[in-house]
Design a protein around this ligand. Structure first.
Ligand code: IPM
Ligand code: MG
Length: 355
């Protein structure tokens, strides 16, 4: 029997609720596919600050580095908003991404046919959307120096080295090769030098992938095009902050931000987490949608463990559950035969896992 060690970071807000459901589904996958998963929990975010005074204790980084993959929920909440930047939950997460070297954040946006009515956009615009945002995750304005906040002014710096752009561009092209062979690189090259380097470097990398078509789009136009005609996109290659914004926007195509998973790869160990935040307003009520986290577990099986059949089994189980009309509250208005709680949703998806 194959066995894997998963580092589990539940985090804050709805994190614990949604991660529990992903574990439930992984355990069922283990039974069906004869895989043994063992889990070790670690602290990160506000809960880690409360317990240890540090939003990212060393133990968490070490535990993650000694695991086969990290399953992560979400961090942050109003309670910690007043803290100095170094102590904020978000800083813990950013340090974690750096410590693991996960520079490539893959955020697939696939519209479940059953949920086309749940999108705020017209059904014909969203039905069949299948795109992948490839977001650079350990550079750009999130990390650039100098940075400073003073009484009457503040600044951040958007920095990218050519090498940082090259390595994320290569990931985008590799992924596009296995998809519809189109990369759209999103930047602000009409204004920013950093984007001009981004664009030139993307062009250079494109030469190594002659079968993949590269186009460029300014980020303001891209945010409009995502709503106007999302089906034009295959792989979107972009930097850290543009990718953060565009992926939240893209989640609305799918109908709920509670649906979209992500994989952060490129370092020693992959991190798998929903794209959404910790939703402190609904935490503890048992109504959060666990699908994004369950779907992130499917990405974990695919990208870190190479358990492709098991990964597809999760995707199929989610699709069947939605097809059968089960909905959490966020998607309840459309095609719901039964509105279920977070844990009922996990139960049904787990039950639907088949070889
Ligand atoms: C995300 C989140 C994070 C980010 C926050 C919590 C720091 O919004 O993963 O998209 O901006 O990267
Ligand atoms: Mg975000």
């Amino acid at each position: 029997m194959k066995s894997y060690n998963i580092a589990v970071i539940k985090g804050d807000g709805i994190g614990p609720e949604i991660v529990d459901e992903a574990i439930k589904v992984l355990d069922r996958v283990g039974e069906v596919f004869d895989i043994d998963f063992s889990y070790k929990e670690y602290l990160m975010g506000g809960c880690a600050y409360d317990e240890t005074g540090d939003p990212l204790p060393n133990e968490t980084v070490e535990g993650a580095l000694n695991s086969d993959a990290v399953l992560f929920g979400s961090i942050g909440g109003y309670k910690w908003d007043h803290l100095h930047r170094d102590l904020k939950p978000e800083t813990g997460l950013l340090r974690f991404r750096t410590a693991l070297g996960v520079f490539a954040n893959l955020r697939p946006v696939k519209v479940y046919h059953e949920l086309t009515g749940a999108s705020h956009l017209k059904e014909e615009i969203v039905d069949g959307v299948d795109l992948m945002v490839v977001r650079e995750l350990t550079g750009g304005i999130y990390f650039g120096k100098p940075r400073e906040k003073r009484e009457d002014m503040a600044y951040n710096t958007m920095v990218y080295t050519k090498e940082e752009i090259r390595r994320i561009a290569k990931i985008a092209f590799e992924i596009a090769q296995k998809r519809r062979k189109k990369v759209c690189s999103v930047d602000k090259a009409n204004v920013l030098e950093v984007s001009q380097l981004w664009r030139e470097t993307a062009e250079e990398v494109a030469k190594e992938y002659p079968e993949v078509e590269l186009t460029h789009m300014y980020v303001d136009n891209a945010s409009m095009q995502l709503i106007l005609d999302p089906k034009q996109f295959d792989v979107i290659l972009t930097g850290n902050i543009f990718g953060d914004i565009l992926s939240d926007e893209a989640s609305m195509i799918s109908g709920s931000i509670g649906l979209l998973p992500s994989a952060s790869i490129g370092g020693k160990i992959g991190v798998y987490e929903p794209i959404h935040g910790s939703a402190p307003d609904i935490a503890g009520q048992g109504i959060a949608n666990p699908i994004a986290t369950i779907s992130s577990a499917a990405m974990l099986l695919k990208y870190s463990l190479n358990e492709l059949d098991a990964s597809l089994a999760i995707d199929r189980a989610i699709a069947k559950t939605l097809h059968d009309g089960y909905r959490t509250a966020d998607m309840a208005k459309y095609g719901a035969k039964k509105v279920c709680s977070t844990s009922e949703m996990g139960d049904i998806i787990a039950k639907n896992i088949e070889k």
